[in-house]
Design a protein around this ligand. Sequence first.
Ligand code: SAM
Ligand code: SF4
Length: 358
Amino acid sequence: MTVSLGMPALPSTRETLPPRPLGEDGLLDRFGRVATDLRISLTDRCNLRCTYCMPAEGLPTQPANQLLQADEIGRLTRIAVQELGVRQVRFTGGEPLLRKDLVDIIAACAALEPRPEISLTTNAIGLSSRAAALAAAGLDRINVSLDTVHAATFLQVTRRPFLERVLAGIDAASAAGLTPVKINAVLLRGVNDDQAADLLAWSLERGHQLRFIEQMPLDADHAWERDTMITAAEIRGRINERFRLEPDEAPRDGAPAELFKVFSPSGGPSLGLVGIIASVSEAFCADCRRTRLTAEGGVRSCLFSHTETDLLGPLRSGASDAELADLWRSAMWAKPAGHGLDTGDFVQPERTMSAIGG
Ligand code: SAM
Ligand code: SF4
């Protein structure tokens, strides 16, 4: 069943869909893309209030029994991996560390054959005591969101004074072997855009791999503006004030981040890599390989979708694996060509990044 979220659809979703080819096993869409990268939101709750994501007062959350339970996540992940060709699974949220059963969820995913690559996107609060157990359960890689290493700016961006806890979490992830730790940063004009090179220097010194993500219109406050957001070109300019960048030759292979080797302007060997995810100004929708499950078990074919396909209801009503797989395939067949952010009729989704799963 497709649930309308009460917003106008992107133009492409209003089109009559061509029939889905029979006999296709994977998550093919009508533009020929095949999704192999699954992002699962484990909760819509969070202990930070990043201004580009959540409102200061927080958002209404779903009751726990309306969220996917660990066994339901295990079943849907198994269907995704064994029936639908998913090869990478990323757990996110909301804040996934708020799930007490996170270790069990990761262990179940790691036991699947074929074994998917398992990663986690987190704000790292509470990670210091859990990183070793998560790595032991089978977590392969971790992305930690950190927009600044200055306490006052951290408070301004996240509305919480928890920088030290995040830094302790990053250290624990490194010590647990979840290396290189990837750091996700969003730059906001007049807040931390002057700190891009500082954050890169800090990351390189510690062997972390920094990725700047262009701010997208998925905030609860609807404060995003195309004209004032910090673009990838501007980010490169900020970094070039202190470093020299060279494009990394390794094939991008559908990855959202464009990677650059970082050098000192005075020469010498590469200091490491930096990534830029230009979701808005240099959109990579044509090569998108992602499918998403919300914490309530809805398939979203795109971050910017206005519709979701409920899997949790059918699952709890006794649907078979084959029926759930088919619902998932149909949801992905309808994936729009692109998010349309650069067109005049873009409409921001009702859900925020925290509720969709970033
Ligand atoms: N709470 C976890 C965290 O912050 O890492 C996981 C969920 S969060 C929604 C996932 C990622 O989305 C984070 O790296 C965050 O910076 C990013 N994000 C949130 N809102 C965004 C926005 N409006 N534009 C771009 N990235 C955003
Ligand atoms: Fe929470 Fe992550 Fe959103 Fe920040 S970006 S408010 S940490 S869900």
